[in-house]
Structures are given as C-alpha cells and as structure tokens.
Write a protein that binds this ligand. Structure first.
Ligand code: CP
Ligand code: NVA
Length: 305
C-alpha cells in the first residue's frame, strides 16, 4: 500500500474531501470523541517560517488526540545543516506517527514524502496551503449550508493559499473567480487542473483582472496578504501592483447581500482589507481560524486510519 500524504488538495478525492469535512464537523461537535487516536505517539512539526494558527492548531489537535507534538524551527534539525531530506525522512518515519512541514520550496515536502513511511502534511509552502483550504470549506459550509454551486471570489495574489482553495473549491463543485494584478496571477498549471476538476463536479474557474467582476454577486469573498513570507524584499513593488485590490465595503457591496468574508490571517488592515470589512458583520475569520483545529484533527484521523 502506498503511504498517504497531504501535500496538495490533489491528494484528496471528492469523496475523501467530503468525508474529511464531515469528520471535522463531528470533531467540533464532540471533541472528547476523538481522544486516544494518537495515544503514546508523537507528531513532528518542522517549521522554517513563522506561524500562529497552524502551529497552535496542529499542537492542539495532537493533544486532543492524546499524542505528543515535537516542534522544531529551521535551524533545530540537522536538515538545516545539510543532512539529506531522505535520511531525515527515514529517521522520523521510525519514530513519529506523522510530520507537518512548513517551508519555502514545495519540492522539499515532496522530497520528504518520497522517502517517508509516515504521512507528510504540508503546513504551507510557497505554492500550496491545503490545511487552510479545508478550514475555509468547513467555514463556508457552516455559514452558507453547502458548497456545490456557490461562487467564491478571490481578490489578490494567486499564490499558495489561493492555489489550494481553488483546488478544494473545484473539488466541491464551486464556481471560483480570481482577480489578480498582472504578474501575480495563479500558476497556469494549477488553474488548468482546478478548471478540469471544477468541470467534472459542476463548477467552474475563471480568471479576471477587475476585482468588481470577480466579486459581482459572489457568495464568498476571500483575500490574503499582498506580501507573503519570504517576499519581504519585494514589498514595495507588490504593494504598488496590488493598489486597487483592497477588499473594502464598496467592493463587498457588489457581492451577494448574504456574502461572507474570509481571510486565512494574519491580516494587514488597510492593505488587502479594511478594518470595516474584516471586523464587520460579514466577516467569519474567527470561525475560519478556529476551524483550522477541527479540520486538522480530521486530517490526522484520515491519514492515520
Ligand atoms: N493561516 C495561517 O496559516 O496562519 P499562520 O501563518 O499563523 O499559521
Ligand atoms: N500567503 C501567505 C499566507 C500565510 C498564512 C504567506 O505565504 O505568507
């Protein structure tokens, strides 16, 4: 049997995605029911980038399952001093039940997964953030009742968080629209895969330039920071390129009256979103953040089953 991993949403079938979201809802409703799945076992978290939600949700998920989390920063494993990925993968596979990796290069998590006999879970790379997408779909379902046929508008950078959200929304049969400025569009290969997946499940994927076009009558409006981790040196150029891509009340007014606003956080009020929107009545960002915990519990249960 090949080892299951969660490197991208592409590792999940539509049925697995639906089952995982159901399990997350069950774990949220009855936290005590999941205790014990990781009793006596440890889970590695190796993060070379900062994190609040992902670290706290994964460590809490492991505790709720009765396991022990080992957190290491980039310079704390021998990997940071040149020990090969393959050797690291073999060693952690002998000791841990699973490993969550947050780093820059997506190829690094693929390399670890290739040599691991335990599940490797992508806790964010420059290209994908599957754990975030699962929490986002759970949150949309909680607030709108269902996913299939709903329209999700993304305003901003077409990178990691968008890639995974587009793939997950497509698998759930949603209509995905992205408005990104020139030079910051989503990866064309991800767009093609998401479009094919959406078509197979009754949804669609559309890229536009104008935020108002993306947001028109949408059920969900989503954005992310304009300057991602690792892009600090491009901050000035990116902030200039994204002028006109802020989610403000005027833009939200063009979405459906019942539309909800999502943001993976951390947020920069006054840049990608105004305080009025993120702290306003349509924002569900705190439910979204909490759901990182419940979906991570479901991911661990799914991968360790
Ligand atoms: N949304 C998210 O992944 O947040 P952190 O960077 O705080 O983990
Ligand atoms: N796009 C952001 C997401 C952080 C959770 C980044 O990569 O920094």
């Amino acid at each position: 049997m090949t080892q299951k991993h969660l490197l991208t949403i592409g590792d999940l079938s539509a049925d697995a995605l639906a089952a995982l979201l159901d399990d997350a809802r069950a774990a949220k409703a009855d936290p005590a029911a999941v205790y014990g799945a990781l009793a006596g076992r440890s889970v590695l978290l190796h993060f070379t980038k900062a994190s609040t939600r992902t670290r706290v949700s994964v460590e809490t998920a492991v505790a709720r399952l009765g396991g022990h989390a080992i957190f290491t920063r980039g310079d704390e494993l021998q990997l940071g001093r040149g020990e090969p990925l393959a050797d690291t993968a073999r060693v952690i596979s002998r000791m841990c039940a699973a490993a969550f990796i947050r780093t820059y290069s997506h190829a690094d998590v693929e390399g670890l997964a290739r040599h691991s006999t335990i599940p490797i879970i992508n806790a964010l790379t420059d290209d994908h953030h599957p754990l975030q997408a699962l929490a986002d779909l759970m949150t949309i379902t909680e607030h709108l009742g269902s996913l299939r046929g709903k329209t999700l508008a993304w305003v901003g950078d077409g990178n990691n968080v968008f890639h995974s959200l587009a793939e997950a929304a497509a698998l759930a049969g949603m209509h995905v629209r992205i408005a990104a400025p020139e030079g910051y569009e989503a990866n064309p290969a991800v767009m093609a895969t998401a479009a094919a997946t959406a078509a197979a499940h009754g949804g669609s994927v559309l890229a536009v330039r104008d935020p108002a076009l993306a947001v028109a009558h949408a059920d969900v409006v989503v954005t992310d920071v304009f300057v991602s981790m690792g892009e600090e040196s491009q901050a000035e150029a990116k902030l200039a390129a994204f002028r006109g891509y802020q989610v403000d009340s005027a833009l939200m007014a063009q979405a459906a009256p019942t539309a909800i606003f999502l943001h993976c956080l951390p947020a920069h009020r006054g840049e990608e979103v105004t305080s009025e929107v993120i702290d306003g009545p349509q924002s569900v960002v705190w439910d979204e953040a909490e759901n990182r915990l419940h979906t991570t519990i479901a991911v661990l249960r799914y991968l360790l089953a």
